[in-house]
Write a protein that binds this ligand. Structure first.
Ligand code: PLP
Ligand code: COI
Length: 343
């Protein structure tokens, strides 16, 4: 085994074709046994369900090299169950959760040379996904599905890593009140592409979406949940039925209470409270984002500046970041069941 010759410390969040990917087909009402393959290309009907009616769901998790040289991943069982929830909402057959975890293990192990070394700042991003592959012309679910996993080594999601970013309040909505915002369906990301391109063109790193029903409450960004710290040091996490139940956010809730002795509240958060200056720190959290600090929110030209500023992460976000990544990289003892050792 020889690590690939990559400039690990300077990787962006980008796709590299790696050696092996996992594939399983659902046909005649059952999943086949699945296998690791080398071919990164997919051949399908021009009328595949995914191409016509966007019947696709996906997941994102990471593998890490720990301080003592093991390769591990973080809470893959939660990705397995979220993907099954996503599949059911789009009338797709769920990939069995125990097989999902085993497939993640096999795919990471088969690409061990691509797992960035400890201390490089990079990680191996794991992308499980599933889509309708058989022809569909009337609006209905496909009969056959393909489940796949590929991996790609990645650096920070936002340029500059832990440098605070500026985000804007979006005029577009991400999810309907009783729609699909709570699942990881490709369609939620397709509809965000215009908003993200426009945000980038205007110099913003991301969009904060408001609740589509009233447009008064903070939901999440295109690819991460949001965290606030109030003036009493309480971690305030916006709740909504139309945001993705982030595994990072759920883990940070536990970490804040049980490792850092913080008070944590999950509740609706209004834009007005944010504008009134009730919060001193703000950040995005997710697998790709880890914790990315927000220095400013721009609401149609009006700037909401957090006291943590534009130079570095605020002290509470930093403690959360250090503790979470410490658990993931094996520097801190993990809660039971959080770390899945691959090799
Ligand atoms: N919200 C959205 C819309 C996302 O795409 C993601 C990324 O997966 C998250 C939140 C964070 O979720 P997790 O922490 O499970 O990666
Ligand atoms: C993740 O954090 O895994 C995501 O899916 C966010 C983004 C890359 C879509």
């Amino acid at each position: 085994m020889a690590k690939k010759d990559l400039d690990w410390g300077n990787l962006g969040f980008a796709y590299h074709v790696t050696d092996k990917r996992y594939v399983s087909m659902y046909q005649n009402g059952a999943w086949d046994e699945g296998a690791l393959i080398s071919d990164d290309k997919i051949v399908m009907s021009e009328d595949a369900g995914v191409l016509q009616y966007s019947q696709s769901v996906f997941e994102g998790l990471k593998a890490y090299t720990t301080e003592n040289g093991h390769i591990v991943c973080f809470r893959p069982d939660l990705n397995a169950s979220r993907m099954a929830d996503s599949a059911r909402r789009l009338e797709m057959p769920a990939f069995p959760e125990d097989r999902f975890v085993e497939a993640v293990r096999q795919t990471v192990a088969a690409n061990a040379d691509w797992v960035p070394p400890y201390g490089s700042g990079a990680t191996l991003y794991i992308r499980p996904y599933m889509f309708g592959i058989s022809p569909v012309i009337g609006v209905k679910p496909a009969d056959d599905y393909m489940f796949r996993i590929f991996v790609t080594p990645v650096g920070p999601y936002f340029k500059g890593g832990a440098k605070p970013i500026v985000v804007r309040i979006s005029d577009f909505d991400r999810a309907a009140p009783r729609g699909t915002g709570h699942i990881k369906a490709g369609l939620n990301y397709a509809m965000s592409l215009h908003a993200i391109v426009d945000a980038h063109n205007q110099g913003f790193a991301e969009n904060i979406y408001l609740d589509p029903g009233t447009r008064t409450k903070i939901e999440e960004t295109g690819g991460a949940n949001i965290l606030f710290v109030d003036r009493d040091g309480v971690l305030v996490i916006p709740s909504s039925t139309s945001i993705l139940p982030s595994i990072t956010r759920r883990s940070l809730h536990y970490v804040a209470e049980n490792y850092l002795g913080m008070k944590v509240v999950e509740r609706e958060v209004t834009l007005k409270e944010v504008e009134d200056g009730n919060f001193v720190e703000c950040g995005l959290c997710g697998t790709a984002a880890v914790i990315s600090p927000i220095g400013k929110i721009n609401d149609h030209g009006r700037e909401i500046c957090f006291e943590s500023g534009m130079e570095e992460m605020g002290p509470v976000m930093q403690k959360l970041y250090d503790t979470l990544t410490g658990i993931q990289m094996g520097r801190l003892e993990a809660p039971e069941g959080w770390i899945c050792r691959i090799m």
